[in-house]
Structures are given as structure tokens and as C-alpha cells.
Design a protein around this ligand. Structure first.
Ligand code: NAP
Length: 240
């Protein structure tokens, strides 16, 4: 039986590339999404990967969604907490709503995703947790106090989970992508995007598949001793 992987935010962008790469690597994959039914249906039609709609910011919905995935596909061995949003504004203009939306989705969403799966991983003495953080959680970013806080928080989550899970055969690692060519980045004005690219020594945006390949490695048996790490994939834009 192939191992079962759940990718949150797996219907578009980086998550879709991760889900597809995991399927190609032989895993049984479920992709969660929030509300864009058309994109999810298109993704399923193209890849054959089943999609499940729930809001990762809602603990009860996450628990129920995860229970449905496990009823359909079997116990989840691999979880990739990828779902994330931006609600950018300079701090003096940032509203409490923008703060809470991003915290609820990007940070509490990781808790809501991993927490219901964790006991089963502990019982079965195997698990792989990968959290998609961001370069901006490492270096901060103008107009992203909310987003940077969540992505820095992700790194604290994996370092702590790594220590708790190590004896139970569970690893938890983070990937910090730099700027990747997804709708999230293509949505910023072209002028801003050009200035972003000018600041990347590689001279280009990353591709979602470049992040997906990091995930495939981290969840493999070969990566069993890599635990609590952060992989930076940013075209030499920032070094920790
Ligand atoms: N793109 C970059 O340059 C970049 C760089 C560093 C880090 N990241 C991180 O990488 C991750 C993916 O980014 P992306 O650019 O691929 O994003 P994207 O293209 O905007 O796709 C986001 C995905 O997450 C889902 N999603 C959003 N909110 C959700 C929620 N509350 N519950 C469940 N699913 C939700 C979306 O579902 P719907 O389709 O239903 O909306 C979609 O499948 C994020 O955590 C982001 O912060 C991205």
C-alpha cells in the first residue's frame, strides 16, 4: 500500500505542484482547498488527485475534512501544510481584520492541519510533516508584518514538533521559498514584480516544481535524519 499524503492548498500554485510531484513519486494524495471549486475541479480532471474543500482556519472543519480523507484513502502518513494567504498593508494601515485573517489561515491553520493527524502518526511510529514557510518569515518584509509573523511562527512550530516527534519516527521540516511564479506573486503589479526579480541573484522567479522537489525529498525514507530543518529555496536572495 502506498503512503497517503495530504497537501493543504493543494489545488493551485505551489501546493498543486507538490501534490502532483507526490503522486508521481508513488504516494496516494489528497489535496485540500478553500473555495475555488472551478480550480479544484480542473486540477482533479488534469491529475486524478482527489480534492477536499475545507477552511484550514477552522479547527472543526479541518478535523472533519481530515477524517473524510482518512476514511477515503487511509491514515495520513505525510502532511504538507501549504495553504496560505497574504493581506498586505504597511503596518500603520494594517487592520485588525487583515492581521487576524493571515494569522488564522497561515499560523493557526498549521496547528489545525497537523494536530488531528499527529496522534495517528505517533501511534504508527511514522510521519512526515512539511510546512511551507517563506523567505519573508526569515527576513521580514515591508507591508507584511502579519504574513512575516506567521511564516516565522511556522519555523518555531517545526523546530518544536521535530523534538516531540523524533522518538516516534516523525520528522517536521520547513521550506522557505523565495519568490515563486504563482498567482500570489503574479498578482502583484508588474513594476513591483520586476523590482522583486532585480533583487534575486538568480535573475528569475522560482518555479513551483522546484519547491515540490524539496518536499518529495523531505518526505522520503532517505530524509529520516533531517528533522527540524529549514530548506531555503530562493535563488540566493537571502541567507540565514
Ligand atoms: N508564491 C510565492 O512566491 C511564495 C513564496 C513563499 C511562500 N509561499 C507560500 O507557499 C504557499 C502556497 O502559495 P501559492 O503562491 O501557491 O498560493 P496560491 O497560488 O494563492 O494558492 C493557494 C492555495 O491555498 C488554498 N487556500 C488558501 N486559503 C485557504 C484556507 N483558508 N483553507 C484551505 N485552503 C486555502 C487555495 O485554495 P482556493 O483555490 O480554494 O482559494 C489554493 O489552493 C503559501 O503558504 C505561501 O505563503 C509562496
Amino acid at each position: 500500500m502506498s503512503k497517503v499524503a495530504l497537501v493543504t492548498g493543494g489545488s493551485r500554485g505551489i501546493g498543486a505542484a507538490i501534490a502532483t510531484a507526490l503522486k508521481s513519486a508513488g504516494y496516494t494524495v489528497a489535496a485540500n482547498y478553500a473555495g475555488n471549486d472551478d480550480a479544484a475541479a480542473k486540477f482533479t480532471a488534469e491529475t486524478g488527485i482527489k480534492t477536499y474543500k475545507w477552511n484550514v482556519a477552522d479547527y472543526d472543519a479541518s478535523k472533519a475534512g481530515i477524517a473524510q480523507v482518512e476514511a477515503d484513502l487511509g491514515p495520513i502518513d505525510i502532511v504538507v501544510a501549504n495553504a496560505g494567504i497574504t493581506r498586505d498593508a504597511p503596518f500603520h494601515k494594517m487592520t485588525p481584520e487583515q492581521w487576524h485573517q493571515v494569522i488564522d489561515t497561515n499560523l493557526t491553520g498549521v496547528f489545525n492541519t497537523v494536530h488531528p493527524i499527529w496522534p495517528g502518526m505517533r501511534e504508527r511510529k511514522f510521519g512526515r510533516v512539511v510546512v511551507i514557510s517563506s523567505i519573508n518569515g526569515q527576513k521580514g518584509q515591508f507591508a507584511q508584518v502579519n504574513y512575516a509573523a506567521t511564516k516565522a511562527g511556522d519555523l518555531g512550530i517545526v523546530k518544536s514538533l521535530a523534538q516531540e516527534g523524533a522518538r516516534a519516527g516523525i520528522t517536521a521540516n520547513a521550506i522557505c521559498p523565495g519568490y515563486i511564479a504563482t498567482e500570489m506573486v503574479m498578482a502583484v503589479p508588474e513594476k513591483v514584480r520586476d523590482s522583486i526579480i532585480a533583487g534575486i541573484p538568480a535573475g528569475r522567479l522560482g518555479e513551483p516544481e522546484e519547491i515540490a522537489r524539496c518536499v518529495v525529498f523531505l518526505v522520503s525514507d532517505d530524509a529520516g535524519f533531517i528533522n527540524g530543518s529549514t530548506i531555503s529555496a530562493n535563488g540566493a536572495q537571502f541567507f540565514v
